[in-house]
Design a binder for this molecule. Structure first.
Ligand code: SF4
Length: 366
């Protein structure tokens, strides 16, 4: 898992030694690194690893950064390998995280995304509630106070971690961007139970409504798995109906695929691949429609965009993101010298949206 990220160089050395020290037996794979005898699997938990990846190298004009606030997960969703590979939940201290954010902001970062497998359950085993606020809300408040920080995001939360204190924080902390990624996984309460997700479809819908009431214009995106073992047509229909009803800004739709040594992989009622694919395509169509509708509503409006750099699909243009995490593509500054980095990179801009196409918006800075 990523907790051993800092040991990659050491592992590569070990692999090279192993490889060089052994002759290839007849019939062994030619690319010896594919040979399991030369692999290293190390998923032992490493004490303090949540604090080891801290030195962030920033590129010129980089205005966004990710900050890992915890590692591991104790939730044991039946389809997920993470608890096995990344171990139990371990959180960094609020002071350490705030110091990292302050350092990033002093080097030009304007937007920080706090990262964790179940980010909103941050610190629940290590730190106490204060004034009825969870450690995560205390952390949000601490980071929010960093002067010069313009936008704050977090991903990925678990629906069960959205208590009243977090909903309240969403309504009162203006730097929190208007975007919540809220993994649904299934719209069938029966399947959610089999997944070991401790909420029902009704509770999820209620949560979406509470988040929308807390902050005007908040974008909600999600993750959904189709074809989980035992998912009947009726279960899938419930997912489909819920997705239609919620009208997500976007969603990652995954076909269930068994992970070794997870409980779901052992459920006998596995779903046929063709059926998974059908459900996947069907759901994507619904999600893409709501995505397009939401993007088209923005045409003609002015939005705040944080310019990240050249567009990945057309480097003759720049790209950035709105507070709701929509990608916006726009022209370079007319003052820019072709050999130099654009002065707009890393800046917050007011952009007039002229059209929507696919998953992006196109506009003109004002
Ligand atoms: S899906 Fe998320 S919450 Fe569930 S076990 Fe995996 S990392 Fe944890």
């Amino acid at each position: 898992g990523t907790q051993k990220f800092h040991r990659v160089a050491e592992y590569v050395d070990q692999l090279i030694k192993k490889k060089n020290g052994r002759a290839r037996p007849p019939g062994a794979p030619h690319r010896a690194m594919d040979d399991l005898r030369f692999s290293i699997v190390d998923i032992e938990e490493e004490a303090g690893s949540q604090s080891t990846i801290r030195d962030q190298q920033l590129t010129l004009g980089q205005a966004t950064a990710f900050v890992s606030i915890m590692q591991g997960c104790n939730m044991h969703c039946t389809f997920c390998i993470v608890p096995h590979t990344r171990g139990a939940e371990r959180s960094r201290s609020i002071g350490e995280i705030v110091a990292e954010v302050r350092d990033l902001v002093s080097r030009g970062v304007k937007e920080v995304s706090l990262l964790g497998q179940i980010v909103n359950l941050y610190g629940r085993h290590e730190f106490a509630k204060v004034d009825n606020k969870s450690p995560f809300v205390q952390l949000l408040e601490g980071v929010h106070e960093v002067e010069g920080l313009e936008r704050l995001r977090f991903t990925s939360p678990h629906p069960i971690g959205f208590r009243d204190d977090l909903i309240d924080a969403i309504s009162r902390l203006p730097k929190l961007a208007e975007h919540v990624h809220l993994p649904l996984q299934s719209g069938s309460s029966k399947i959610l139970k089999a997944m070991h997700r401790a909420y029902t479809a009704e509770k999820y819908l209620d949560l979406v409504e509470r988040i929308r009431r807390a902050r005007d214009g908040v974008a909600i995106t999600t993750d959904i798995i189709v074809g989980f073992p035992g998912e009947t047509d009726e279960d899938y229909r419930q997912t489909r109906d819920l997705v239609e009803e919620i009208q997500f800004d976007n969603a990652f739709v995954f076909r269930y695929s068994p992970r070794r040594d997870t409980p779901a992989a052992k459920i006998p009622d596995q779903i046929d691949e063709r059926l998974k694919e059908e459900r996947n395509q069907d759901l994507l169509e619904i999600v893409n429609k709501s995505n397009r509708r939401i993007l088209e509503r923005l045409v003609g409006s002015h939005v705040e965009v944080l310019c990240e750099g050249p567009s990945k699909t057309n480097s003759a243009r720049l790209m950035g993101r709105t507070r709701t995490n929509k990608i916006v593509v726009f022209p370079h500054s007319p003052k820019r010298h072709p050999d130099e980095s654009d002065e707009l990179v890393g800046e917050l801009l007011n952009v007039r949206i002229e059209r929507a196409n696919g998953f992006s918006l196109y506009g003109m800075p004002c």
